[in-house]
Design a protein around this ligand. Structure first.
Ligand code: DX5
Ligand code: ZN
Length: 217
């Protein structure tokens, strides 16, 4: 299980996105948080910025859509050049059709679960996905405290993935830092999103290396 570190540009300077993408050399993916002020009480960016960002960096884009009606919008992010597109289970009307559409556009299909959403009802959908995202904070803002109570869900999800013999990646997002990443890795996560623990540091690239070392312990 290879560890992947995905810095979240939500904690970067939005006026200097191209430079901020360059500042995390060595990262596996750049995590792009799309918020619509309906699914979450915050507003960030949309398709045009994803298109521009894709041209500004070689790091593939991991788009996390915290939006209503992902059935309509998610394929457009794949078309805009995102390498991975994550929609929320709570917002998708037809998650199987949507995952297939994202894959059809050439991107990895991923589904996210808010803290209060259990994994069990989605067990049969797992083969349709390339990644599952377990939120370790309530989505909407960077810099929130990691929810330890999510560790059992990470563990149960890892067990389900193994039991079905699937290859899908297990991502955690929210409050991931040098002090919490080991617990997530131990519970079975292999893709780690970190906003403030990367961009809040003086040397973001060094922060990425530090997080990787902690997760690989
Ligand atoms: C929160 C976003 C996260 C956020 C994480 O809703 O999905 O990706 O950027 O920020 P930190 O790592 O600071 O909790
Ligand atoms: Zn995110």
């Amino acid at each position: 299980m290879a560890v992947q570190i995905n810095p979240s540009i939500l904690s970067a300077d939005f006026a200097r996105l191209a430079d901020e993408a360059q500042a995390v050399k060595g990262a596996d993916w750049l995590h792009v948080d799309v918020m619509d002020n309906h699914f979450v009480p915050n507003l960030t960016l949309g398709v045009p910025i994803v298109e521009s960002l894709r041209k500004a960096t070689d790091i593939p884009l991991d788009c996390h859509l915290m939006i209503e009606d992902p059935d309509r919008w998610a394929p457009q992010y794949a078309e805009a050049g995102a390498g991975s597109v994550t929609f929320h289970a709570e917002a998708a009307a037809a998650p199987v059709r949507l995952a297939r559409e994202i894959r059809h556009q050439g991107a990895r299909a991923s589904m996210a679960l808010k803290p209060a959403t259990p994994i069990e009802p989605f067990e049969d959908l797992l083969p349709e996905l390339d990644m599952l995202l377990i939120m370790t904070v309530e989505p909407g803002f960077g810099g929130q405290a990691f929810l330890d109570i999510m560790l059992p869900k990470i563990r149960r999800t890892r067990e389900l993935i193994s039991r079905h013999g699937l290859q899908l990646w297990l991502q955690v997002d929210g409050g991931v830092s040098a002090t919490t990443i080991e617990r997530c890795a131990e519970a079975g996560a292999d893709v780690f999103v970190a906003g403030s623990a990367v961009y809040g540091m003086e040397d973001p690239a060094a922060a990425v290396r530090g997080l990787r070392a902690q997760a690989e312990k």
